[in-house]
Design a protein around this ligand. Structure first.
Ligand SMILES: [Fe+2]
Ligand SMILES: [Fe+2]
Length: 321
């Protein structure tokens, strides 16, 4: 992966600060405050085993399917790693002026997501609380580090896609939960993620105008190496396969509902005046998109066969599409 010239980075951080200020104002004018506690069905809750001598969790307590449980746990673990994301973002964007205000605002908004998800899962006994806590301890101790040496352009490019990816993942997790309360809660979280995506996407749009070649390289690196932020957590492999099979988040959604719309918003393939490095990066990006499109077709066919086999065995497939 090419690293961006540090001189370009520091110039960009300085020149983009007024853009951050404008986008921050727009974000605050658009977003509506909300209260996580209002989304949680507290009346369903009861004490757990332990100091309060309540009832230990049992698998039959949860009304969620296994795939809905997996997806909620994975999304919650992803949100739980916020201290690591805050650190990475602060290191790559710096703390000057509006950058600092944005980072703290964004962090405060993100914290609501883990609060509401955990409160919902505990009140409804949706998942094993001890397993969840053990997983959180393990996951947060691994932490999260960007593979981009805290390079601002790569980080902003990454979050432009990642916020939209989490939006879709939360929304579809709600849809598959079969619980209107869960669906409403996750639709609310998904709305936040969409506004975060808009902030970063607009910011990177301004960076493309100022430094098209460096931005093109960063976007190409991020798209062609993309991994969800929760990818390091214990049990990720099995859970992410089930989530893909269920159509909650798969390569089709990643390519057609995340990567392509963001690239289109930047008009990336119409950018003119690139140097050789910028052109090479754009060509590599185009080649990746073609390759991904053919993998989507293959995966969708495999999935159809998988579900046909399940139906033939008398099992009911749980999927969104
Ligand atoms: Fe979030
Ligand atoms: Fe977000």
């Amino acid at each position: 992966m090419a690293s961006i010239d540090p001189k370009i980075q520091s110039r960009l951080i300085r020149d983009l600060e007024p853009v951050v200020a404008v986008e921050l104002d727009r974000h605050i004018a658009t977003t509506k405050d909300w209260y996580p506690h209002e989304y949680v069905p507290w009346s369903e809750g009861r004490d757990f085993a332990g100091p309060l001598n309540g009832d230990a969790w049992e698998a039959k307590d949860s009304k969620l399917t296994t795939v809905a449980q997996d997806s909620l746990v994975l999304n919650l673990m992803t949100e739980d790693n916020l201290p690591s994301y805050h650190t990475e973002i602060a290191l790559s964007m710096g703390r000057d002026g509006a950058w600092n205000t944005w980072i703290n605002r964004w962090t405060a908004e993100e914290a609501r997501h883990s609060i509401v998800l955990r409160d919902y899962l505990m009140a409804t006994r949706g998942v094993d609380p001890n397993e969840l806590e053990d997983l959180r301890m393990a996951h947060m101790q691994v932490g999260y580090e960007t593979p981009y040496d805290n390079d601002m352009l790569h980080t902003v490019a990454y979050v432009s896609f990642q916020e939209l990816a989490t939006r879709i993942s939360h929304r579809n997790t709600g849809r598959i939960s079969n619980d209107a309360v869960c669906e409403g809660m996750l639709a609310r979280v998904a709305l936040d993620e969409n506004l975060h995506m808009l902030f970063y996407r607009n910011l990177l749009g301004a960076a493309i105008e100022l430094e098209p070649n460096a931005a093109m390289v960063a976007i190409k690196d991020v798209v062609t190496n993309f991994q969800m932020p929760g990818a390091g957590m214990p049990g990720w492999g099995r859970k992410s396969v089930q989530i893909a099979l269920a159509g909650i988040y798969d390569l089709d959604l990643h390519l057609n509902d995340v990567v392509q719309p963001v690239l289109r918003a930047w008009n990336l393939f119409e950018v003119t005046g690139l140097n050789a490095e910028g052109e090479t990066a754009r060509n590599e990006l185009a080649a990746w998109l073609d390759q991904a499109a053919s993998e989507v077709e293959k995966f969708n066919e495999k999935r159809d066969h998988h579900f046909e086999r399940l139906v033939a065995r008398g099992q009911e497939p749980l999927r969104l599409k």
